[in-house]
Design a protein around this ligand. Structure first.
Ligand code: ATP
Length: 221
């Protein structure tokens, strides 16, 4: 059966959550105390209303007690956020996800009944790390926004070829700045076009996160 979601607080975070759920055709109700915030998403989220989530009777009337997931994205209004979590808990909502701004608030929300507490900055940093880190990426150093130097171990199925044949810079838009013979070696050398890349070699590569990810897939598919 289709799951139902209640998104409370439509600042940047809450509005994006509500819009994403609506775009995925989920059953979502979005509410905010502020009329303008509701209006801003009304063309993308069919069910949105003005409501004060700190009021138990308001939540009750909205049918909050029967949703599968409630997402509290009230953000920096700590008092309103706390009251809302307590209300949702009292209404018997099983999954209460709270957006927090600081690590220190996590425990407070959990004590009050939140099932999950998300700090958006932390979550996006982790998701980036997960995207980029695979078993074959041994190290990752961010050098600028979206740019990194990574160490990638070449997979067993890779067909050995020279750098000239591989034409990496043109094909993948990344640069190999060094090669290490294998995982047990400390010998690092600057590559020449005639050097051959083989399974087990470790390449040190610079590029954007997304290009590096594609190059890793090429070396390890
Ligand atoms: P971001 O950091 O992602 O930009 P934001 O700074 O926009 O988020 P806030 O401005 O704190 O986050 O947004 C929280 C939203 O929660 C606001 O739109 C505010 O009107 C709404 N809000 C505050 N109190 C309540 C309440 N009691 N009931 C419902 N909504 C509320």
């Amino acid at each position: 059966m289709k799951k139902s979601y209640l998104v409370i607080g439509l600042g940047r975070f809450g509005a994006n959550v509500a819009k994403s759920l609506a775009n995925m055709n989920c059953d979502v109700l979005a509410v905010d105390i502020n009329e303008e915030s509701v209006q801003q998403i009304s063309h993308e989220v069919p069910h949105c209303l003005i409501a004060d989530a700190t009021k138990m009777n308001v939540l009750h009337e909205l049918g909050a007690g029967s949703v599968d997931y409630a997402i509290v994205a009230i953000g920096n209004n700590l008092q309103a956020s706390i009251l809302t979590v307590v209300n949702l808990k009292n209404l018997g909502v099983k999954n209460i996800i709270v957006r927090a701004d600081v690590e220190g608030h996590k425990e407070v929300y959990k004590m009050l009944g939140a099932t999950e507490v998300i700090i958006p900055e932390e979550a996006s940093a982790k998701s980036l790390a997960n995207q980029i880190l695979s078993d074959s990426i041994l190290d990752y150093y961010q050098v600028a926004l979206n740019y990194a130097i990574v160490k990638i171990e070449i997979g067993e199925k890779f067909e050995s070829k020279t750098l000239i044949e591989l034409n990496i810079r043109n094909r993948f838009d990344v640069n190999i700045v060094g090669i290490i013979k294998d995982i047990s070696s400390t010998e690092f050398y600057i590559p020449k076009g005639t050097d051959v890349l083989s399974p087990g070699n470790i390449v040190v590569v610079v590029g954007t996160d997304s290009k590096l990810k594609k190059f890793d897939q090429f070396l390890n598919s």
